[in-house]
Design a protein around this ligand. Structure first.
Ligand SMILES: *Cc1c(COP(=O)(O)O)cnc(C)c1O
Length: 460
């Protein structure tokens, strides 16, 4: 390199602080035992660096906090709703906008209408709540990404793309009348936070048109995805990030967003669509279960903050910092010899626990072991994305493992500084030293759906 790369600096300064408490390793061991070795069951006061999720954990800006104060709390037709509706119509180009309290509420409404026994949904990768909401209706959820993108090490620009060679085969196999929707998840959260190319969505639109299929964009990280398109896909160099997002969203028939991600708010969701008949069905369910159509389970102030966040998220300095700071963690881990999913995605770094803890068999959950070790060693909280989250059992009760055993280090938006991230890197030095002594885990309690949230474990 001819010029030295400068330190990545946060494009904001801090106006309010929240203290973090340091704890001892012995204390954390006790806390983790009490939590059944499931970090979801830890108290956040016992966590030092919380990388469990980037969902609803971001910091709002001074402008968003000002919006919180000026939010209109009227039950119907609130000013804050009008503001949000205007921003979302402009972003999506869709006429029917429904607010929900978070992404899965939007999913439950849309997929309970479209789903049901014998129905099939096809996605690049269904996110866990997406799959659960679909399977809860009795429908089947099928994931199709390109085989080469499933290799955690292959360096490809758009590993989130849907496999468009497989899609027509599935349409033929199940019959287009049985396919409830095609869902493109942007970026592809469960497959390493990898981006989806515009070319892939354009081609997908064509296939959906030819077969009269509904195309849903699960776009809770649509801004982060736009960053990758601008910097990796030919023809978009001179677009703004917002223009790229708008172009992609116009290819969909419906849009689902957990606003807790790129909405830059702590709670909120959106469901938008083009079809009026479908929108009436959705609105009826919204009113029964979420709230009236102009608030959908949100306070007026939440909608005000979201309307502002949906503009801020496309700021070029913010997005550059966001994507580069995630890459900073991933690139430095890789340099230490920690196997990470490559290239680094938008909102998280995924460590390949199967490779790092190669002494632990998959039915003893190497990802869960790494999650526990990171907490014990550094008070770092993160989540397993492997056979705890996606594993199934065969008829004999034997584990059908997930394709990968990953651990996700998700980065909350605008929350941690570079020195926090450097601390995380230091903790991985301890992990490298102890990795061969680590033992696996067994599950001692699990619920039927989304077991990773509440399961209990025991060390083997
Ligand atoms: C978070 C997320 C959801 C669910 O949204 P919630 O706000 O957590 O209910 C759905 N899809 C994707 C891709 C997500 O990342």
């Amino acid at each position: 390199m001819s010029t030295k790369e400068r330190t990545l600096t946060e494009p904001f300064k801090i106006k309010m602080v929240e203290p973090l408490k340091a704890t001892s390793e012995a204390y954390r061991l006790g806390a983790l035992r009490q939590a059944g070795y499931n970090p979801f069951l830890l108290r956040s006061d016992d966590v030092f660096i919380d990388l469990l999720t980037d969902s609803g954990t971001g910091a709002m800006s001074d402008k968003q906090w000002a919006g919180i104060m000026s939010g209109d709390e009227s039950y119907a037709g609130a000013r804050s709703w009008e503001h949000l509706e205007r921003v979302v119509k402009d972003l999506t180009g869709m006429p029917y906008i429904l607010p929900t309290h978070q992404g899965r509420a939007a999913e439950r409404i849309l997929y309970s209408i479209l789903g049901g026994k014998d129905k099939v949904f096809i996605s690049n990768t269904h996110f866990d709540t997406t799959r659960a909401n679909i399977e809860f209706t009795g429908a089947t959820a099928i994931d199709i990404i390109y085989a080469e993108a499933q290799d955690p090490e292959v360096d490809l620009p758009f590993k989130g793309d849907m496999d468009l060679e497989k899609l027509p085969l599935l349409i033929k196999q199940y019959g287009k009348e049985n396919i409830a929707a095609v869902i493109i998840t942007v970026t592809n959260n469960s497959a390493g936070g990898q981006p989806v190319s515009m070319a892939n969505v354009k081609e997908l639109r064509k296939i959906c048109d030819e077969n009269n299929l509904l195309l849903v964009i699960d776009g809770c990280r649509i801004a982060e995805n736009a960053y990758f398109i601008k910097h990796r896909e030919a023809g978009f160099e001179n677009y703004t990030y917002e223009e790229i997002a708008k172009e992609m969203l116009r290819l969909g028939d419906a849009f689902i967003m957990s606003a807790k991600k790129d909405g830059l708010v702590n709670i909120g969701g959106l469901l938008t669509m083009k079809d009026e008949v479908l929108s009436v069905k959705c609105k009826n369910l919204l009113i029964i279960s979420e709230g009236f159509t102009t608030y959908g389970g949100l306070a007026g102030r939440d909608m005000e903050a979201l309307a502002i966040g949906l503009k801020e998220v496309f700021d070029a300095d913010y997005l550059h910092y966001r994507i580069r700071s995630t890459a900073y963690l991933g690139e430095h881990l890789k340099a230490k010899g920690i196997p990470v999913v490559w290239p680094i995605g938008g909102h998280a770094v995924y460590v390949d626990a199967k490779k790092l803890y190669s002494n632990i068999p998959v039915d003893q959950y190497p990802g869960q072991a790494l999650v526990c070790d990171l907490y014990i060693k550094g008070g770092i909280r993160c989540v397993e994305v492997g056979s705890v989250m996606f594993g199934k059992y065969d008829e004999a009760g034997k584990l059908i493992p997930a394709p990968n055993e990953l651990v996700r280090l998700a980065i909350p938006r605008r929350v941690y500084t570079q020195s926090h991230i450097d601390f995380v890197l230091d903790v991985f030095d301890d992990i490298l030293e102890m990795r061969n002594q680590t033992k696996g885990y067994k599950i001692t309690y699990e619920p039927q759906f989304l077991r990773h949230f509440t399961a209990h474990f025991e060390k083997i």
